[in-house]
Design a protein around this ligand. Structure first.
Ligand code: SF4
Length: 369
């Protein structure tokens, strides 16, 4: 079986909004693509994400023609630029796999990915803490794959060298080859290992980042005037305030700088500004938001509204925030009450905020976080 990038799994669309496209390690979807012909199906991916998003399953090892079943591989050497070596026959697959991964990423270039979810621990897919083993004592014992050969299909061409074993003395944490190459191409793209998302806060944060990045990358691909960027920022302002309020100042400084006289061509200023803004935005939302952060922001929103709402509305919102703080109510309860009064008074600083009015798909997914 070979996965094909460029054809996301189909799924029922959600209320007219294009669903986010999420790349995933194919084995997490239940595809039997692991070296031993098994899968690592995860219900959060194969059931929940598949219901609300378009999934793009990719197995970089299968894409590279390593075959099925195939010999397991592992990372060795320098964690900053590890080699990929087959465990038993000691073949050095680094160049072959790297070349194939670049081709896979070229094929992905036209697809507006919102994020990528990896099977952790894999020498290809793991995005963090993948063991990088110490190299074998013997130098030059790795046997590079001849150009054009698909190693999984030609095992006899690479017979093991007698006594040629890696030394399993120690390992250091590194990053899988595919995850590393993807991060290099799309440094702002939200990525995570599925194992990290067992934590509730981490899962909610990843879902939120998918949608923030999706909006930023869609907006930055289209015509983008300074006014559009200001509007975009206005809608994300509360999210930044929630996660990293300290980044609001450099963001607003950046927005103010667009109108200053600039000798650079207009297009260049525009591209650079959206790029710099995106870096700050993704850095902000990468910071985890705890219940306490939400409570603080909801309290600040209530203070903003206070002078313009009736006492009983204020008490109802205060009670709902209290219920959320104690863990008795979900966050959507105070947010719904705030939206109820906001619809009436239309406070300009809250209009259109993605924090108060998240994308319906994001809202549906957050129920599983
Ligand atoms: S972890 Fe990655 S390379 Fe390994 S089987 Fe799953 S998709 Fe393929």
């Amino acid at each position: 079986m070979k996965t094909t990038p460029g054809r996301p799994d189909t799924h029922p669309s959600s209320r007219g909004n294009p669903p986010p496209i999420i790349g995933v390690s194919a084995c997490l979807c239940g595809h039997r693509v692991r070296y031993d012909g098994t899968d690592r199906r995860e219900s959060f991916v194969a059931d929940t994400l598949a219901r609300h998003c378009r999934l793009l399953p990719i197995c970089p090892e299968l894409q590279a023609g390593l075959g099925l079943p195939r010999e397991p591989i592992r990372l060795e050497g320098n964690p900053g630029s590890p080699r990929v070596v087959s465990v038993n026959t000691r073949r050095d697959l680094t160049d072959h796999l790297s070349g194939q991964i670049e081709e896979t990423l070229d094929a992905l270039a036209g697809i507006p990915l919102s994020g990528f979810l990896f099977k952790g621990g894999s020498p290809s897919c793991g995005s963090v803490g993948v063991p990088v083993h110490a190299e074998a004592q013997e130098e030059n014992t790795h046997r590079p794959i001849p150009a054009g050969a698909a190693p999984g299909l030609h095992p006899r061409a690479f017979l093991p060298v007698p006594g040629d074993r890696a030394t399993p003395l120690r390992s250091q944490p590194g990053m899988g080859l595919f995850a590393r190459a993807l991060k290099k191409r799309l440094p702002l793209l939200p990525i995570a290992d599925i194992e990290a998302l067992r934590d509730e806060t981490a899962r909610a944060g990843f879902i939120e980042r998918l949608f923030v990045y999706g909006r930023w990358s869609a907006a930055s691909r289209q015509a983008r005037s300074p006014t559009e960027l200001s509007h975009f920022h206005h809608r994300h302002r509360l999210l930044v305030r929630l996660h990293r309020p300290g980044l609001l100042r450099p963001m607003e400084h950046l927005l103010a700088s667009i109108t200053d006289p600039d000798p650079r061509p207009r297009e260049q200023v525009r591209d650079q500004t959206w790029g710099e803004y995106g870096e700050l935005l993704m850095r902000a939302v990468a910071h985890p938001a705890t219940r306490h952060h939400h409570e603080r922001l909801l309290g600040a929103i209530l203070r903003t509204l206070k002078k313009r709402i009736a006492a009983d509305d204020q008490q109802a919102i205060e009670a709902a925030i209290g219920g959320f703080t104690r863990g008795d109510l979900p966050r959507i309860v105070p947010i719904t009450l705030i939206n109820h009064v906001q619809r009436r008074i239309q406070h300009p600083s809250l209009t259109g905020s993605w924090y108060l009015e998240p994308d319906p798909t994001e809202l549906a997914l957050s129920c599983h976080a």
